[in-house]
Design a protein around this ligand. Structure first.
Ligand code: 5GP
Length: 240
């Protein structure tokens, strides 16, 4: 059991959720990676975006996206309902703010499958909480193959998505981490390492000062009981 699993002290439950922003060109494996991470970690909630693009075969309202008309989307912009929004390929895409805030308040982390414009906007608004990950394909030909294998789009739409992919890749250096998805298992292990390491940053664990305070108080108590110097003093480096 980690200290944060012990709910006997209120400060031990206080975690500050992180915002894991994942971008890539279409066909680099981002959707599989993000959905697998969400399935494996109860602590992580997937942000479902709103879009004005038409649903693709097999896509469901509220699972892949909330599908909106342009008028509905623009009304949401007007109402300030989005954490960020952008135009991609002539369609609006945006992150509804309320579910993200609710997830953070409940102590969860949130993962986003969004383009570089959205990732940048979120990182500007929440610099402490945002963690940006970019997924690259191992070769350009690999992207084309994956998109064709999906056979979801017409040739013209696929060309458009490939052009957009080049634009997306040009922004790779604004990200905190870059994964080259040569092999799913390795790329997924890398994504997990990033997520798990980021969760351990002191800034995300408000319970740490209290926990350390207790450790030191315990050490001082031991000192009083035994007459031995407190552990902290014994561990301090020698002053010159
Ligand atoms: P697709 O139409 O292939 O599902 O998505 C096209 C692009 O829009 C992808 O790069 C995807 O990451 C991005 N996207 C999806 N949802 C959002 C969003 O809420 N905000 C922004 N900025 N981009 C998004």
């Amino acid at each position: 059991m980690s200290p944060s699993d012990d709910h006997s002290k209120p400060w031990e439950t206080t975690r500050r959720g992180l915002l894991l922003l994942v971008s890539s060109p279409a066909g680099a494996g981002k959707t599989s990676l993000t959905r697998t991470l969400v399935a494996d970690y109860d602590s992580l909630i997937l942000s479902i975006s709103a879009t004005t693009r038409a649903p693709r075969p097999g896509e469901e309202e509220g699972r892949e996206y909330y599908f909106k008309t342009r008028a509905q989307f623009e009304a949401m912009i007007e109402a300030g309902d989005f954490l960020e929004w952008a135009t991609v390929n002539g369609n609006y895409y945006g992150t509804p703010k309320a579910p993200v805030m609710a997830a953070l308040e409940a102590g969860h982390d949130v993962i986003f499958d969004i383009d570089w414009q959205g990732a940048q906007q979120v990182a500007e608004r929440a610099p402490t909480d945002a963690v940006r990950v970019f997924i690259l394909p191992p070769a350009w030909g690999d992207l084309e193959r994956r998109l064709r294998a999906r056979a979801q789009d017409s040739e013209a739409v696929m060309d458009q998505r490939l052009r957009l992919g080049q634009e997306e890749i040009r922004h790779w250096d604004r990200y905190d981490y870059v994964i080259v998805n040569k092999n799913f298992d390795r790329a997924y292990a890398d994504l997990q390492h990033i997520y798990r390491a980021e969760r351990m940053k002191p800034v995300r664990n408000a319970w740490l000062p209290g926990f350390v305070g207790d450790l030191l108080a315990e050490a001082a108590g031991e000192h009083e009981a035994t007459g031995a110097p407190p552990r902290t003093t014994m561990m301090r480096p020698v002053q010159k």
